[in-house]
Design a protein around this ligand. Structure first.
Ligand SMILES: *[C@@H]1O[C@H](CO)[C@@H](O)[C@H](O)[C@H]1NC(C)=O
Ligand SMILES: *[C@@H]1O[C@H](CO)[C@@H](O)[C@H](O)[C@H]1NC(C)=O
Ligand SMILES: *[C@@H]1O[C@H](CO)[C@@H](O)[C@H](O)[C@H]1NC(C)=O
Ligand SMILES: *[C@@H]1O[C@H](CO)[C@@H](O)[C@H](O)[C@H]1NC(C)=O
Ligand SMILES: *[C@@H]1O[C@H](CO)[C@@H](O)[C@H](O)[C@H]1NC(C)=O
Ligand SMILES: *[C@@H]1O[C@H](CO)[C@@H](O)[C@H](O)[C@H]1NC(C)=O
Ligand SMILES: *[C@@H]1O[C@H](CO)[C@@H](O)[C@H](O)[C@H]1NC(C)=O
Ligand SMILES: *[C@@H]1O[C@H](CO)[C@@H](O)[C@H](O)[C@H]1NC(C)=O
Ligand SMILES: *[C@@H]1O[C@H](CO)[C@@H](O)[C@H](O)[C@H]1NC(C)=O
Ligand SMILES: *[C@@H]1O[C@H](CO)[C@@H](O)[C@H](O)[C@H]1NC(C)=O
Ligand SMILES: *[C@@H]1O[C@H](CO)[C@@H](O)[C@H](O)[C@H]1NC(C)=O
Length: 518
């Protein structure tokens, strides 16, 4: 009810105004939306509906700045006002055109919708400077680069490192003309440049390269590794102690310590230093450590004992094997080891020919305490193997192991042993079961007071079988065979291989006995 009355009143007001007042339409403002600063541009304000007997004034303003009239125009007979303007940067923003009746304050002025104007000042002479200060610094600090242009607005900045765009990550942030790199690493080192660009339109733009600036992020030195080799100079022996860090920007100061006493120190232009320390063979000469330092960070290596023991025999040669399907030997590992020696070097021979480090059927792994020769079993790998150990610093005295004859046939007798063990175990199980049965029968007979000769015979037999077939004893025998092969440096394996027929014989005897029993 109230609403309809309100609408009615509104309608009456409007119609009475329309009747008494001439109508002033809304002007429309048009013109370029992107302009270069300094050029002269025309803006047009068009008013289609206005009372013809009034003087109409059109004025150009910036939205919200009506105190400053940018241009004005009195409409006479035409409907379009032209505002030629020399574009200054200050003109940028929302413009609007206002129409009003000059001598009739009763007519309400009308305003156009805003027209946005972007003013481009071409970019010029970008310049990079280091806001964080240092051009050379240690990793971890923040690098703050700024790109300043002497003139230009709406500038897009691109940062280049060594000619390639800097990829932005959580550590690399680019905002306006600033490049901020936090937790720097040495990978952030290089030549930085900024490229400042502003666009007039897609095809017309202004771009400038800045000057280049070199940033050097230095790595603190990492924990060094310490090791030494022995070298011989005439009759005097030296330890060449190497201290080496994986990372670190030179110069690095390396210091070598014997316990708490400083032996030597040098400043290296790499992350590695070598010290020469004279030696007495076979004597413990203290504990060595090196310290590495760059900037104000010092890191320490582990301690290593300085002791050089020459190689001493006997040299043992052992092997173990990889079994494929069907228990066939497919790979072999031969181990060569000297009883003593801190700096051994190894050589392997097949049929008295030196085996190369990487052969077609072999490869070597030299560990500090032993050398391992890995063989794939094939026709060409058959022969007599032997290794020699000498001091890495003095190869005059080489100590040899015994020879070990190996071929596929020798090796593949190995499964026979498995067969024997398995067969033996199986027999034992059968025996134990049958003995239990017999014992049960016997026990029951004894219960009935019957003590037969047959059962006594069985007990005796059981004892005999157990003596011969004790599985653990068998396995021990097998171990013995292996250790005898490995441990004895004078015997060749051809001897030990001869033991197989004995085992075979033993197996056959067992089978015979079993048959006898049947
Ligand atoms: C123009 O005409 C209107 C009536 O149409 C009148 O009210 C107004 O006073 C006139 N203005 C002038 C300046 O003559
Ligand atoms: C309107 O007013 C201006 C002064 O404000 C005067 O110069 C002009 O002659 C007037 N025009 C008319 C049509 O009354
Ligand atoms: C770079 O520009 C900023 C502001 O635009 C100014 O404060 C600063 O002094 C300028 N720096 C240089 C080195 O020109
Ligand atoms: C700006 O630097 C880039 C990359 O080094 C180069 O390809 C380009 O030609 C340079 N532009 C100017 C104008 O020197
Ligand atoms: C960019 O501006 C230039 C100069 O005003 C003009 O010749 C060109 O056609 C414009 N290109 C586009 C894609 O608007
Ligand atoms: C020690 O010997 C090894 C192997 O021959 C070699 O790689 C290393 O460079 C040597 N180190 C020194 C300090 O001579
Ligand atoms: C390296 O550092 C040690 C300990 O700080 C110092 O005694 C020595 O003089 C330095 N050596 C060099 C070559 O700078
Ligand atoms: C290290 O110091 C011990 C005594 O503390 C000394 O016997 C030994 O010879 C020293 N070693 C070296 C390589 O100087
Ligand atoms: C030395 O180290 C401290 C802390 O480890 C660091 O704050 C300082 O900046 C370093 N000094 C220099 C000259 O880099
Ligand atoms: C090594 O000698 C044996 C005979 O003693 C021979 O059967 C074998 O083929 C030889 N091996 C090589 C690689 O020459
Ligand atoms: C010892 O080594 C040197 C150089 O490495 C080599 O020329 C020489 O043949 C080797 N001597 C022996 C017996 O292996």
């Amino acid at each position: 009810m109230f609403a309809s009355v309100f609408v009615l009143i509104l309608g009456l007001c409007y119609s009475s105004q329309e009747n008494s007042q001439p109508v002033l339409g809304r002007p429309t403002l048009s013109g370029p939306s992107v302009v270069l600063a300094g050029t002269v541009e025309d803006f047009e304000c068009e008013l289609q509906v206005y009372p013809k007997n009034e003087t109409i004034l059109l004025q150009l303003y910036k939205v919200g700045h009506h105190e400053e009239v940018l241009a004005e125009y009195t409409l006479l007979s035409e409907e379009v006002a032209f505002f030629p303007k020399v574009v200054k940067l200050e003109l940028e923003g929302n413009l609007e055109c206002m129409a009003k009746a000059q001598n009739n304050s009763e007519i309400e002025p009308t305003v156009s919708s805003p027209h946005y104007l972007k003013v481009i000042v071409p970019v010029e002479n970008p310049n990079v400077f280091i806001s964080s200060g240092l051009q050379e610094f240690f990793a971890g600090r923040t690098l703050d680069l700024r790109c300043n242009v002497t003139s230009g607005n709406h500038v897009d900045y691109t940062w280049l490192l060594n000619g390639r765009p800097v990829s932005l990550t959580p550590r690399h942030k680019a905002v306006e003309g600033q490049l901020l790199i936090t937790s720097t690493t040495s990978e952030d080192s290089g030549v930085y440049m900024c490229v400042a660009t502003n666009y007039y339109n897609v095809t017309e733009f202004f771009t400038f390269n800045s000057s280049e600036i070199i940033i050097r992020v230095k790595d603190p030195v990492s924990k060094p590794d310490i090791s030494f080799n022995v070298s011989k100079d005439g009759s005097i022996y030296y330890a060449m102690v190497t201290c080496q860090s994986m990372r670190g920007t030179p110069p690095v100061n390396f210091t070598l310590f014997n316990g708490t006493a400083q032996i030597d120190s040098l400043t290296a232009h790499e992350t590695k230093a070598t010290f020469r320390v004279s030696l007495v063979l076979g004597q413990h000469l203290g504990q060595l450590q090196c310290k590495a330092r760059n900037e104000n960070r010092t890191v320490e290596s582990e301690w290593i004992p300085l002791e050089v023991v020459p190689v001493r025999g006997p040299v043992t040669l052992q092997y173990d094997s990889d079994l494929g399907e069907d228990y066939a030997v497919i790979g072999l590992r031969l181990y060569c080891k000297a009883a003593k020696g801190t700096h051994p070097q190894y050589q392997w021979f097949l049929n008295e020919t030196l085996i190369q480090e990487q052969g077609s059927f072999s490869s070597m792994v030299h560990e500090p305490r032993q050398s391992v020769l890995l063989l794939s079993v094939g026709g060409s790998s058959a022969g007599t193997y032997r290794c020699e150990v000498s001091d890495s610093f003095d190869n005059i005295t080489a100590i040899s192991s015994r020879g070990l004859y190996l071929d596929r046939e020798v090796l593949n007798r190995l499964p026979l042993m498995v067969v024997v063990v398995v067969f033996g175990s199986f027999m034992t199980v059968i025996l134990v079961v049958s003995v239990c049965c017999c014992y049960g029968v016997l026990f029951r007979k004894r219960e009935y007071g019957e003590n037969s000769l047959w059962s006594a015979e069985m007990v005796r037999r059981k004892v005999a079988y157990e003596d011969e077939l004790d599985v653990s004893e068998y396995q021990e025998d097998v171990d013995l065979v292996q250790t005898a092969r490995g441990g004895d440096s004078d015997q060749t394996s051809e001897d030990s291989v001869d033991e197989w027929p004995q085992i075979l014989k033993r197996r056959r005897t067992l089978e015979d006995e079993a048959e006898d029993e049947d």
